[in-house]
Design a protein around this ligand. Structure first.
Ligand code: ZN
Length: 330
């Protein structure tokens, strides 16, 4: 069997999976991302999480043909380095994650951007399977994206897919990237939290922070937003409505440019809020679609919480099929 490992490296958790040659799940493990120890500390914890996933699959690390890692930050896949991973601890300078991890797990390690591997996972194994062109929109702390054209990922010069920084309002709200009016300034969970804190400081009532504290959180995680929406909390409803309007405009503009067949919505908020909210994003896109009689299909990501890690396993090259071997067998 040709088992492969996959890692989804996030700011709060490390998710590891072990899959077989057809990407079927054999084992998995999840650990919190260490907040001290810098990149070497994170690399050690990735190796431990993978070890746990291999044990869960009834295997040793040595049985894995290779490991794919989806990481935040700027990835140099050829050099095997990650830099500017802002939601990971002390991770600004390029760190040789592939070689460090490869030594610890004794298998080759392949890196790519976390959103790109998740979108590739949806394209090959999830909601995107029937299509040859796809735009993935990952609605979470930020708003990331991945583009697949003619069956192949489009990386541009390395920075393609940044749909979160397309402009939906000239001179609009401040974006965490330092610019104004970006989609992420309205729909990113980090930007929405800044806005919610501002409104609360001005005296507007909301249950958001009460729910956050009850859950022992210090941030407005996706689950906090979902709960506040269930309660009909006015501020949560208003900020999510604003996010959906911005997502509709941003995604429709991308569709007008690329004319992809399908849109898949994932990410922390996208996955947590799910189908009804994906439907609302689809409706918000409608007025902005230029060829309105032929809108793209819009789906929630189908692979769920493990999608990023399963998508990362696709980075491991498949071994060439040996035709002579099968021809020689009786
Ligand atoms: Zn921006």
């Amino acid at each position: 069997m040709n088992a492969r490992g996959g890692i989804d490296l996030g700011g709060t958790k490390i998710q590891a999976v072990v899959v077989d040659e057809r990407a079927r799940l054999l084992g998995q493990a999840r650990r919190p991302t260490p907040q001290d120890g810098g990149p070497p500390g994170v690399a050690r914890e990735i190796a431990e999480t993978l070890h746990e996933a291999a044990t869960d699959a009834g295997m040793a690390m040595g049985d894995l043909a290779g490991i794919g890692v989806g990481s935040p930050g700027a990835i140099d896949a050829a050099a095997g380095t990650v830099e500017h991973a802002r939601n990971l601890p002390d991770w600004e300078a390029p760190f040789p994650l592939a070689s460090t991890l490869s030594e610890a797990v004794e298998a080759p390690v392949y890196l790519d951007n976390d959103v790109h591997v998740a979108v590739a996972g949806e394209f090959h194994l999830g909601a995107g399977k029937p299509y040859s062109s796809l735009l993935g929109v990952w609605w979470g702390t930020g708003v990331g994206g991945g583009i697949i054209l003619d069956g192949k990922p489009w990386h541009g010069r390395g920075a393609a897919g940044e749909i979160g920084h397309t402009v939906v309002k000239l001179g609009g709200a401040h974006c965490p990237c330092g610019r104004r009016g970006c989609l992420e300034a309205y729909a990113g969970r980090a930007a929405m939290e800044v806005k919610a804190r501002e409104l609360a400081a001005e005296g507007e009532k909301t249950k958001l922070f009460e729910i956050m504290e009850k859950r022992d959180r210090t941030r407005l995680q996706s689950g906090v937003w979902a709960r506040a929406l269930e309660h009909g909390d006015h501020m949560a409803v208003r900020l999510i409505d604003r996010a959906i309007a911005a997502l509709g405009a941003g995604i429709a503009s991308a569709v007008n440019l690329l004319d992809v067949e399908a849109i898949v919505i994932g990410g922390g908020l996208g996955t947590r809020l799910g189908e009804p909210y994906v439907k609302r994003i689809e409706e918000a896109m409608q007025p902005h679609i230029f060829v309105s009689e032929r809108p793209p299909a819009v789906f929630p990501a189908a692979l769920g919480d493990l999608g990023g890690a399963i998508g990362a396993t696709l980075l491991v090259p498949k071994p060439p099929r040996s035709r002579t071997a099968s021809a020689a067998s009786p």
